[in-house]
Design a protein around this ligand. Structure first.
Ligand code: SF4
Length: 503
């Protein structure tokens, strides 16, 4: 019988085939998404040690250094003694094993019991967390431990970091003792069934479905869908498709939006369907020009890049708060002259106040400030105003001038290659084929920008690499605002020449 880890048992809960593939054909898995989650979880794990062991007397079981055998043996000794908190304590029964994030000895009734705490980087308790902690509790209890309580600690997103490494209050505990300890028989059954699947000589026959993305996106999707033919315009190409309507379309076996009767679609969806059928572009040039005609000069075009941290690193910030570290700002005057300004802080200190001041300085006093999906930019500026009251008046004045280009694009323009999306990255290739994010080196989207930023502020990053990242980030963000300039120019019916708009 194999020793199935807790994560393998949870994988089985999602899909027995996933468990089988993880055990027998792990090379088929694409793991890029889960790596990012691991990095965040690791930070939260570090901080939980300072929260639950402020005196630093606890023992962390280093699984990588010890290997499973020694890690389990060392844990067993420490769990018998109960002298100190244990982090990553190994727990094992026949056929299953788990490592508990935090085990705190509890002698409150005169005998050794344990408070078991599972730490999650989420901001709430999900159903799969409860399964996860039920598996772990079952293994702990079946291995002979007495649990006085079972808690799940998740990120408290109302926590505001006050600096000096004081993270008390970062984690919010939820007591799951009663609920968890009553699920032993259920978990026993899961382990037995998972063992049967693990022993199968061939992968189980299971077709793809909603379970492939819930609660996690399965890393074997490409493999399991390798023989599936995809329609040219799948249901996800329909904008604003309510999930109930989507389910209805799927039940009625509509796979391509071109087959859906018009009377089942709203006007925008009908337009998307029509363009998909004809291959033609919809462009209400008059309407777009009218939308923008009354907005004067100078015109500004603003885009932020932001980063967030599960464990906030800067004083005055919350977990997962989107903190702008960069902006790009194009400005065009009435004569059609184009200027570019930018802000980027890679020092690793809080960029917020300097960014806010720079934004005020560079946005001038008048003229529209165009953004794309502008509620993101206005929310960030509002947060900056709340953090820096002395800059609030000037920042609110900028918010008053913000104009969203997205509704103009959505109402006036559509090309079939957009596939139901009006993100700037979907519209730009259709509107300005000569401009492309693909031509950029290294940083081509928001997620890559975040990763690049985090790499740049890491003290271990060399100056040379930091300079390279700086260049990549500046070029990426500049293209975002230049794309807006081009879009604005085309929508406005402007006679500005290409040389004017050269960036
Ligand atoms: S992609 Fe879907 S069917 Fe395939 S292993 Fe994963 S969850 Fe199971």
């Amino acid at each position: 019988m194999r020793n199935l880890s807790k994560s393998r048992i949870i994988a089985f809960r999602q899909c027995p085939k996933r468990l089988w593939l993880e055990l027998h054909k792990p090379e088929l898995r694409d793991d890029s998404a889960s790596e990012v989650v691991f990095k965040i979880g690791y930070q939260v794990g570090d901080i939980s040690r300072t929260i639950y062991d402020p005196e630093g007397i606890g023992v962390t079981i280093d699984i990588e250094a010890l290997g499973h055998g020694q890690a389990l043996a060392r844990s067993a000794i420490l769990l018998t003694q109960g002298n100190s908190p244990i982090f990553e304590a190994g727990l094992k029964i026949e056929g299953a094993l788990a490592y508990a994030d935090v085990m705190l000895p509890d002698f409150s009734n005169g005998t050794l019991r344990w408070r078991m705490i599972e730490v999650k980087s989420s901001t709430g308790v999900a159903l799969y967390h409860k399964d996860d902690i039920a598996v772990q509790s079952h293994i702990a209890v079946s291995s002979g431990l007495i649990l006085s309580s079972v808690l799940l600690a998740h990120i408290n997103n109302a926590f505001v970091y006050q600096g000096d490494g004081d993270y008390r209050g970062l984690l919010r505990e939820v007591d799951l003792t009663e609920e968890t300890l009553s699920r032993g028989e259920e978990v026993k059954q899961w382990i037995a069934e998972a063992q049967l699947v693990a022993a199968l000589p061939e992968e189980p026959v299971i077709t793809t479905g909603v379970h492939c993305t819930k609660p996690f996106t399965c890393g074997f999707c490409s493999y399991c869908n390798r023989h599936t033919t995809h329609p040219d315009f799948p249901l996800k190409s329909l904008p604003n498709l309510h999930f109930r309507k989507r389910e209805q379309f799927e039940a009625d076996r509509y796979e391509d939006i071109r087959d859906i009767p018009d009377n089942l679609l709203n006007p925008l969806q009908r337009r998307v369907k029509q363009c998909s059928m004809t291959g033609e572009t919809f462009f209400d040039a008059e309407g777009a020009a009218a939308d923008l005609a009354t907005l004067g000069f100078p015109a500004y075009f603003l885009d932020f890049e932001t980063a967030s941290f599960a464990v906030p690193i800067w004083k005055g910030t919350r977990p997962y708060q989107q903190i702008p570290f960069q902006f790009s700002l194009h400005r065009i005057d009435e004569a059609g002259n184009l200027f570019h300004d930018a802000f980027l802080d890679l020092t690793g200190t809080d960029p917020s106040e300097a960014l806010a001041q720079s934004l005020i300085d560079q946005c001038g006093q008048e003229g529209p400030v165009f953004a794309y999906n502008a509620s993101f930019e206005t929310s960030r500026i509002r947060e900056l105003a709340a953090r820096f009251p002395e800059l609030a008046k000037s920042l609110h004045a900028i918010i008053e001038r913000v104009v969203d280009l997205l509704p103009v694009a959505r109402n006036r323009y559509y090309h079939p290659t957009q596939h139901g999306s009006w993100s700037i990255k979907a519209v730009l290739p259709a509107l300005c084929p000569e401009l492309s994010y693909a031509q950029l080196d290294g940083v081509k989207n928001g997620d890559m920008a975040i990763e690049a930023f985090k790499e740049a502020i890491n003290p271990a990053t060399t100056l040379e690499r930091k300079q390279e990242i700086e260049h990549l980030l500046l070029e990426y963000c500049k293209l975002d605002t230049y794309a807006m300039v081009r879009m604005w120019s085309i929508f406005r019916g402007s006679n500005l020449s290409e040389s004017h708009l050269s960036h």
